[in-house]
Design a protein around this ligand. Structure first.
Ligand SMILES: Nc1nc2c(c(=O)[nH]1)N[C@H]1C(S)=C(S)[C@@H](COP(=O)(O)OP(=O)(O)OC[C@H]3O[C@@H](n4cnc5c(=O)[nH]c(N)nc54)[C@H](O)[C@@H]3O)O[C@H]1N2
Ligand SMILES: Nc1nc2c(c(=O)[nH]1)N[C@H]1C(S)=C(S)[C@@H](COP(=O)(O)OP(=O)(O)OC[C@H]3O[C@@H](n4cnc5c(=O)[nH]c(N)nc54)[C@H](O)[C@@H]3O)O[C@H]1N2
Ligand SMILES: [Mo]
Length: 737
């Protein structure tokens, strides 16, 4: 970031970054946009009537109040809830991506605060890969083996002959890593694939899920049917004797169970073709190519973010095991190439400084995507990974650094759920939909308004994040806000340990610093520190391959479990004991189109949707919906038209973009347009284009209870009435002082 002579700001990429992220273009305008929260604000109904369930959240006006007053009110309310209902009644999971920076990480700050306050009901896993991290321990012992144990991009470029990429390798996603990326390496690695003529089988309804420069065959699969394709490939390998029996015997258990399933169920290429829409001859030919080459089977995280999302991951591992190349350079199985910038990256692996959070005295948690069920069904029991859990009775919801009205499914249902607690508290820099559904909104700074130490997973540098501008309005750092509350609640000394924010940075840095790293003062003055390089490839599967008896996996058998007695023992019909074809959401004649709600290419989730890069992608101010020209013609839709996308759960408006790079019958609407709801007789209408009004709030399965938000069944029509204006890029109406 550079401050220009006229006081303007310019984003200057790191000098060593070969491919700066286009998302940086949203930062400067987002910083001073009129949707910034300037002062603490309290919902009028909460001020007038006090805490309690209400359907007014998201509909009432707000009253601005001073910091002292709002912190007094909030401290008293925290005390009331703790005294009357216990700490378990506070939900502080607070899932979300907040912003870069190791100290001012909002969720870490909130968890430290709530732990010291006596604890809170938390959440586990992520929306990103919350299904895989529950499944994979049963199959390969731990999730890290797969998520961080695969070949690096240079190893792939040097060894791999064929990548079978389920979900593709979408270049739009690789600029992003939690905590940040100094050097964006993956775009260059993708170019290297093209130069080395690595062949890619792109399995996706969208042609854009692989850069056009990489040589590819496109298999435009029907959404949600990858498992059928995988089983058809596996069946072809099996009956053709193309599978590696020696590998399966030595390194896996359960193959016979799966083989019987494939044969008895006649899951052959002809069956697969009927389900997934790829011709049977193409499936058989692809299976033969896979067996003849050094082949990497990859599955993006999106494929586990659907109903029965465990299955594509398990079936992908099955395919790779049958090829016998797991643990060979550039072969085997990968998960998340193209989902996140650090997957396949070969940067350092050093630990980064972090804020100690202490421990949570409350053991109660939810799998993260069960937030609406938690609020709606206190006392209800449900299954999770072999356990039976009970939802506690939540009275206070505290969110800092996330946007559930971005990330959760079925937003009309979430609205109802947010009506249930007594009090909802949100720390936010912007008037997001979540802030608008809160009782108490506390304005927080953005990273450019404070000092921090930055670094992401496998990052090459630790960055001294200097302050570039003064905080907006009366915004305060999350840490400062929580310190003020801790002071009122009597534990400020424990929370701050007597340090200023700057002293915390120095303290965390010194605790982290190895002997050869510069002193904090030198690090701060230099603006950063290049981290020592780590191993370029992980060796978890290599070691297992070298000697499975001496380096067994952490599964019950020590082997790859292609069938798991543990999972079978849970008795879940929606996640049996081996990879299986389970019907997706049943087709509904009223909603014939498949919606793909994937990550946006022009922003990070909902963040900085007000910025120019994000806005430039909109069609007349509404989120673009991609559809095939044939589907458009059948509906009288022309490019640029406002369309209504709807199902039984709700509706949204979007702007039509026509492309033949999408499978007919499929439409694509990225996540992240700020939710802009209008109440209509038919239910909620988001006039801006947020797909989560359409997605179902269902778990992937009883095993992992993961997020299944990637898909929905919808209908699309031309919107002929005068479309209501998008108002969410203005501060909320009825904001009074
Ligand atoms: N339909 C559908 N839904 C999905 C997905 C999908 O594929 N389809 N994907 C899911 C996935 S993988 C994810 S990870 C989630 C992402 O969901 P989130 O992580 O909740 O989304 P963000 O928009 O990144 O929300 C971060 C919020 O933190 C705020 N913020 C930024 N900096 C600070 C700070 O310093 N302090 C505080 N207090 N706040 C700050 C931002 O303004 C923003 O509102 O979405 C999920 N939702
Ligand atoms: N620019 C940008 N990059 C991001 C993010 C962002 O918000 N913006 N978010 C980051 C985060 S938190 C995460 S978790 C990752 C998520 O990484 P992913 O979950 O992998 O990303 P998505 O873009 O949701 O999905 C990838 C592709 O899967 C394809 N797909 C969807 N359904 C199917 C299907 O049934 N079959 C097949 N074969 N393909 C399908 C879609 O066409 C989609 O483009 O992205 C990260 N990167
Ligand atoms: Mo994510």
């Amino acid at each position: 970031m550079r401050v220009d002579p006229d006081g303007g700001l310019t984003v200057v990429p790191h000098p060593s970054d070969p491919a700066p992220s286009p998302l940086l273009g949203n930062v400067v305008e987002g910083l001073r946009h009129r949707t910034r929260v300037a002062r603490p604000a309290v919902r009028r109904g909460w001020l007038d009537h006090g805490p309690g369930p209400t359907d007014r959240r998201g509909r009432d006006g707000f009253v601005e109040v001073g910091w002292d007053e709002v912190l007094d009110l909030l401290a008293a309310e925290l005390n009331r809830v703790r005294t009357e209902h216990g700490n378990e009644a506070i939900f502080g999971g607070s899932y979300g991506w907040a912003s870069a920076g190791r100290f001012h990480h909002a969720q870490s700050q909130l968890h430290r605060f709530l732990n010291q306050f006596g604890g809170f009901t938390g959440s586990r896993n992520s929306y990103s890969n919350g299904t895989s991290v529950v499944l994979l321990p049963h199959v390969v012992g731990d999730a890290e083996t797969v998520l961080r144990g695969a070949s690096s991009w240079p190893t792939i470029a040097a060894n791999t002959e064929l990548i079978v990429a389920f979900g593709g390798i979408p270049a739009k996603n690789v600029h992003v890593v939690p905590g940040g990326v100094t050097r964006h390496g993956t775009p260059g690695h993708l170019t290297a694939l093209a130069e080395r003529n690595v062949e890619v089988a792109l399995v996706s309804p969208l042609r854009t899920d692989l850069p056009a420069t990489v040589p590819a065959t496109w298999y435009p699969v029907e959404p949600g049917t990858d498992v059928a394709l995988m089983l058809g490939l596996a069946h072809t390998l099996l009956v053709g004797g193309l599978h590696d029996r020696a590998f399966l015997d030595r390194y896996c258990v359960g193959f016979d169970t799966v083989a019987r399933y494939l044969v008895d169920g006649r899951y052959d290429a002809d069956w697969a073709a009927r389900v997934c829409g790829i011709p049977a001859d193409d499936i058989r030919a692809l299976a033969r190519r896979m067996a003849a080459r050094r082949t990497l089977v990859t599955v993006t995280w999106s494929l586990q973010r659907i109903r029965h999302g465990e299955q594509p991951v398990w079936a992908g591992l099955l395919l790779a095991a049958m090829l016998g190349q797991i643990g060979l350079p550039g072969g085997g199985f990968g998960h998340g190439y193209g989902s996140m910038g650090d997957v396949g990256d070969n940067g350092p692996t050093v630990r980064l400084p972090y804020l100690p959070q202490g421990t949570n005295p409350v053991r109660t948690f939810i799998p993260v995507a069960r937030i609406a069920d938690l609020l709606l069904h206190p006392g209800a029991t449900y299954d999770y990974n072999g356990r039976s859990l009970t939802y506690p009775d939540i009275r206070l919801v505290y969110w800092a650094g996330g946007n559930p009205f971005h990330h959760h499914q079925d937003l009309a249902r979430l609205r109802t759920a947010f009506g249930r607690p007594d009090t909802v508290v949100v720390h936010e820099p912007h008037w997001t939909a979540t802030a608008r559904h809160a009782d108490i909104v506390l304005p927080t700074t953005l990273p450019l308004e404070r000092e921090d130490v930055g670094g992401g997973r496998r990052d090459t540098h630790l960055i001294a994040m200097h302050r570039a501008v003064e905080p907006y309005g009366e915004a305060r750092d999350d840490h400062h806000i929580l310190a003020g509350l801790a002071d009122r609640l009597g534990f400020a000394d424990r929370f701050t340990e007597g340090r200023t924010a700057r002293q915390w940075l120095e303290h965390l840095y010194d605790r982290w610093r190895a002997d050869d790293a510069p002193t904090f003062a030198d690090f701060w003055a230099a603006g950063g520190h290049e981290l020592p390089t780590g191993p370029s490839d992980f060796t978890l599967f290599d070691r297992f391959r070298a000697d499975p008896d001496r380096s067994p996996l952490k599964t019950p058998s020590g082997r790859i479990e292609l069938a798991s007695e543990t999972v079978a023992g849970f008795g879940y019909d929606d996640c049996p004991g081996h990879p299986a074809w389970l019907e997706p959401e049943p087709a509904d004649r009223r909603y014939p189109m498949h919606l793909i709600a994937n990550q946006p290419s022009t922003r990070l989730h909902s963040q900085l949707d007000v910025g120019p890069v994000s806005r430039a992608s909109k069609v007349d101010g509404r989120e673009p919906l991609s559809l095939h020209p044939d589907d458009a013609a059948a509906r009288g839709i022309a490019a640029g038209d406002v369309v209504r996308v709807f199902n039984d759960r709700g509706a949204c408006l979007a702007g039509a973009v026509l492309t033949d790079g999408i499978r007919p019958g499929v439409v694509q609407l990225a996540t992240g347009a700020w939710f802009d709801p209008v109440d209509t007789p038919d239910g909620v209408l988001c006039v801006h284009g947020n797909p989560n009004v359409l997605t179902a709030d269902i778990p992937t399965s009883r095993l992992s209870q993961g997020c299944a938000g990637q898909h929905a069944r919808v209908q699309v029509e031309r919107y002929t009435a005068t479309p209501p204006p998008v108002t969410v890029f203005d501060p909320p109406a009825g904001l009074a002082r």
